[in-house]
Design a protein around this ligand. Structure first.
Ligand SMILES: *[C@@H]1O[C@H](CO)[C@@H](O)[C@H](O)[C@H]1NC(C)=O
Ligand SMILES: *[C@@H]1O[C@H](CO)[C@@H](O)[C@H](O)[C@H]1NC(C)=O
Length: 264
């Protein structure tokens, strides 16, 4: 009898330990795979450890690296997409049906500020450069969109105004509000002064039509071009870009990318 009790106790303890281990493993896997979008900027510097975009706008041999890098990055978006028939034009905020093999087109040739023909403004004396923002292709993730009552106080005013204005004009369900918003700003007070006006194209974020990100070869990651209209020359400017949705936690480092700009 005593022996049977002991065995029962041992089995009981073993089961508890096993349950703890299994729970721990499940939690660890969940955390490790917790999807959120990584913001990525292009052109990336030649040194992979660096996040500094540094060039002299009147030295063509130096700016060619950045221009070529953007040319390469934008190649998959060039029109027409050869024989790929599953790339279609999507309406604002409307992804293709999940069971279709369609993906949404991304058009860059009519983005007047940030195109190859303008050297992405890397050769302009006062204006530029243009950088591009995109997201990584991995996570199957969909933004939880903000509306006027859930919008955080710290979101930039122009985004707040844009969301409220569109909600009043077109209603809370409007597809114009299904956007993963992005913003770029100087990090410190001096950076905020030096960065100058920032122009986003084709809009203030990534259209909801591109979500969820799918692992299809033809899937084109959405783009936002960011044109620095008149950043101060000859100083280093710390810049932080953020993606905004309810399910992105900036305080945990999600949806933020940092780089520095220095134009001689
Ligand atoms: C930028 O390049 C031009 C032409 O090569 C040169 O004259 C000028 O001194 C350079 N500026 C700086 C700050 O290096
Ligand atoms: C905003 O979204 C929340 C949930 O995300 C919802 O409960 C609320 O009704 C929405 N507000 C408006 C004005 O639609």
């Amino acid at each position: 009898m005593k022996r049977a009790k002991l065995i029962a106790l041992i089995i009981f303890i073993a089961v508890i330990i096993l349950a703890c281990v299994v729970t721990g493993v499940i939690v660890a896997i969940r955390n490790a795979r917790k999807p959120y979008p990584h913001l990525i900027f292009e052109p990336q510097p030649p040194d992979t450890e660096s996040t500094l975009i540094w060039y002299n706008s009147s030295d063509a041999s130096g700016t060619s690296y950045w221009i070529n890098r953007l040319d390469q990055f934008l190649k998959p978006y060039s029109n027409p997409h050869e024989s790929k028939t599953n790339i279609v034009e999507c309406n604002r905020g409307r992804p293709p049906k999940a069971d279709s093999n369609l993906v949404c087109d991304v058009k860059i040739y009519d983005w007047s500020f940030c195109i190859h023909d303008q050297a992405y403004h890397f050769n302009s004396f006062r204006a530029g450069p243009c950088i591009y923002l995109t997201i990584d292709k991995n996570p199957e993730w969909t933004p939880d969109y903000y509306n006027s009552s859930t919008i955080p106080d710290i979101i930039p005013d122009y985004l707040k105004d844009f969301i409220i204005y569109n909600e009043i004009r077109l209603g809370t369900d409007s597809d114009t509000l299904k956007v993963l918003w992005v913003s770029c700003a100087g990090e410190n007070p001096t950076d905020m002064e030096n960065i100058g006006p920032v122009v986003y194209s084709p809009m203030f974020g990534f259209d909801g039509a591109y979500f969820p990100v799918v692992n299809k070869e033809e899937y084109l990651r959405p783009l936002v071009s960011v044109f620095f209209e008149r950043p101060k020359r000859g100083v280093l400017i710390n810049i932080e870009c953020k993606a905004w949705a309810k399910n992105i936690k900036h305080e945990e480092g999600e949806g933020i990318v940092h780089f520095e700009l220095m134009v001689d």
